[in-house]
Design a protein around this ligand. Structure first.
Ligand SMILES: Cc1ncc(COP(=O)(O)O)c(C=O)c1O
Length: 392
């Protein structure tokens, strides 16, 4: 017998639920990736991504998940004899170092304590004393729930002549990104988080300078498949074939972008903020500790400490089996210490906030924690009711 695909409420660090319209768009007929009618769809997606990234530069989508966008950046934006700096304050920064190692890049890391943001003074000091040509940083670090100050980092990169590569996997469509204004040279994301599409594409933006750099490198990028210049030639006017495009995923991305603009980008950001405030308020009323300072805490992902006496695996298993709710476990230094609750894209709705708080309340009571019944729901409710709901 074939395994049935179970129903889930996915409130982890990603993927998040896909919008039904996005899933429907995917079921359209497959077209040839060199069909002139498909090129019109590519153009639409490219323009919409540029609006979302706030750039006059080039935007397109790479076949592959967010990590493909990460690897493309490292493969293309530094020659092996150039100094690369990775700002390291979480699990996905560590992934960056693993890639840089395999690509034999000349890199160093600037390490910050998990749960804190990149320290600008330390970064400036490092940039002042070295000849760094590329700085890589995560905008929204999903392992710690911290947002990094990209605008200020961009100013420093400009001052010291380094290109800036930013991981926007969790931020795109949930938090504002001002690619041009913040002096970003390359940003990549994933479709499966705030965009509310399934995983499989990495929407990216690249500056003119970044593209020129790749075209004029001494040696070609180490990866043919992830050569950003080759992929941009396919998405550009000439439509030069690179690899077969996953066309149905492009339909999905186009629909996800349409839905984002129908809601209004600002409204979508505000939805993420409001639901996050409601969730955080509810969790606090359950006496759960939220270790990340409010000033740097993400809206898309909330980190809560696992209280003493709770078995992490059992708790999450019961949440999944009895409530169909998935949340994330801690990664790296936070492993076994925290839960990670995502409210992204289609998963970021009031019913999910109430659903998870109710489940948490019941499970904490079952585990002999003193919790006032209903308190978290009423805390979340008063946050959500403080604003007249926008249609979504
Ligand atoms: C901040 C961040 N960067 C990179 C990735 C890797 O993306 P993917 O799993 O889509 O390859 C993730 C995945 O969760 C992420 O949260």
């Amino acid at each position: 017998m074939t395994k049935q695909i179970p129903r889930r409420i996915i409130l982890g660090p990603g993927p998040s639920s896909a919008h039904p319209r996005v899933l429907k768009a995917m079921s359209n007929p497959v077209m040839g990736y060199l069909d002139p009618d498909f090129f019109e769809i590519l153009d639409e997606v490219s323009e919409s991504l540029s609006v979302l990234y706030n750039t006059k530069g080039t935007s397109f989508a790479i076949a592959g998940t967010g990590s493909a966008g990460m690897e493309a950046g490292f493969s293309c934006l530094a020659e092996n004899d150039e100094e690369v700096l990775i700002c390291n304050n979480g699990y996905f920064c560590r992934r960056m170092t693993l890639m840089a190692e395999r690509l034999k890049l000349n890199f160093s890391t600037l390490d910050f304590q998990w749960g804190t943001a990149v320290d600008l003074e330390i970064l400036e000091d490092k940039l002042k004393r070295s000849d760094i040509k590329l700085v890589a940083v995560i905008h929204a670090e999903t392992s710690t729930g911290v947002i990094n100050p990209i605008e200020e980092i961009g100013q420093l990169c400009k001052k010291y002549g380094a290109k800036l590569m930013v991981d926007c996997v969790t931020s795109l469509a949930g938090t504002e990104i001002k690619f041009d204004e913040w002096n970003i040279d390359y940003a990549y994301s994933g479709t499966q988080k705030c965009l509310a599409a399934p995983p499989g594409l990495s929407p990216v933006a690249i500056s003119e300078e970044g593209l020129n750099y790749i075209k004029n490198r001494k040696s070609p990028p180490s990866s043919w498949y992830l050569d950003l210049s080759g992929i941009s030639n396919y998405w550009g006017k000439e439509h030069i074939a690179h690899q077969t495009t996953p066309v149905n995923l492009v339909y999905a991305l186009r629909e996800a972008l349409n839905i984002t603009f129908e809601e209004g980008v600002e409204n979508k950001f505000r939805r993420h903020e409001l639901m996050s405030d409601a969730l955080k308020s509810g969790l606090k009323s359950l006496c759960l500790e939220l270790p990340i300072d409010e000033s740097i805490a993400l809206n898309q992902l909330t980190v809560a400490k696992i209280p003493n006496g709770i078995n992490d695996d059992n708790f999450r298993t019961e949440l999944l089996r009895n409530y169909l709710i998935e949340i994330g476990r801690g990664l790296g230094e936070f492993s076994g210490k925290v839960w990670r609750i995502g409210l992204m894209g289609e998963s970021c709705v009031a019913s999910n906030v109430f659903g998870i708080l109710n489940a948490f309340e019941n499970l904490l009571i079952k585990n002999n924690h003193e919790v006032e019944k209903g308190s978290s729901l009423s805390a979340a409710s008063s946050v959500i009711n403080s604003e007249s709901p926008k249609p979504y």
